[in-house]
Write a protein that binds this ligand. Sequence first.
Ligand code: NAP
Ligand code: ZN
Length: 348
Amino acid sequence: MTSTLALSAAHPGAPFTTVTIERRDLRPDDVLIDVKYAGICHSDIHQVNEDWGPAIFPMVPGHEITGLVVAVGDAVTTFTVGDRVGVGCYVDSCGSCESCVRGEEQMCLNTPVATYNGREYDGTPTYGGYSRSIVVKEHFVVSIPDSMDLAAAAPLLCAGMTVYSPLARFGAADKNIAIIGMGGLGHVAVKIAHAMGATVTVLSQSLSKQDDGIAFGADQYYATNDPETFKKLALSFDFVLNTVSADLPLDDYLGTLKIDGAFINVGFPAEPYRFHAASIVMHQRSIVGSNVGGLAATQQMLDFCAWHNIAAEIELIGVDEITEAYEKVAASTVRYRAVIDIANTLVA
Ligand code: NAP
Ligand code: ZN
């Protein structure tokens, strides 16, 4: 075992303190990563606050990780020391179930191992990227293309993949689509959907981020605090991608879908959604979910983003700014993803 510094919350909602945690000795298929950057995903906040039910504490969040390889196990073939790499939401899966065989490790039927707030198959709790180093099985490590800045690439490991996956699956090219919420996930969704060839509308609470949205590639931008918006946009979209972290009046948004349109949901609020059956029945609409993406798809997403020169817009922060950053995420005032400068600011 090797000791490493980490930022840990002792109990739900607790402030982060610097602690020492242990990382396992390298197994033959393990990669030891010197963590440089960790994005703050809204899911970190949901989990620290136990929005999704009982969680494992102490908790070291972080599933948007980039860094450099510093050592590899004897059987590792894909990576060598010095490689620029990333780690997302999962660090292990059974490898043999139907989902794993299909490359959808995040839906492993034997419960995938989450990067943090999870347990290894031997029961050991997992600790995420708010730490100086992490040991990850080779299969769950991806390459960061050379052209990408490591800090701006970090949010792609969760936010980027979570929006790329449904945009690719539902075929954004040449479709008229809307992105609901322009936060960490939403702003990357605008860029990726635009690059895929969609006509993109942003549905944001207000027009305060309109100029940015247009610069990221949106064709139209509407404020949902204006009731006229939903009248104007009735029956407009082939699909909408909901990235909002809170409950929404779903009927209003379902009404913006064309016949056969889909409300694709990646937002993960604490409370259940409610909607009226008429909102889906009358125009044969569907509501579907999407859960990040598998490892091969994550590498494809990174290569797609590198090709199209897409990265997250970030606010680089030090470890002493995390509490403030969490407050800003909750208030939707981060532009557009806070990323912790782990290597330079997480020190004893
Ligand atoms: P974020 O950066 O906080 O962005 C969420 C955006 O939602 C905000 O910027 C805001 O956009 C909008 N919003 C927030 N509160 C709202 C409210 N009360 N009413 C209407 N709009 C509101 O969060 P994120 O990191 O992008 O994550 C978004 C959600 O996706 C979270 O619930 C997260 O847990 C979930 N998630 C799911 C997956 C998955 O695999 N399915 C993966 C990652 C994250 P505007 O200011 O533009 O309105
Ligand atoms: Zn996330």
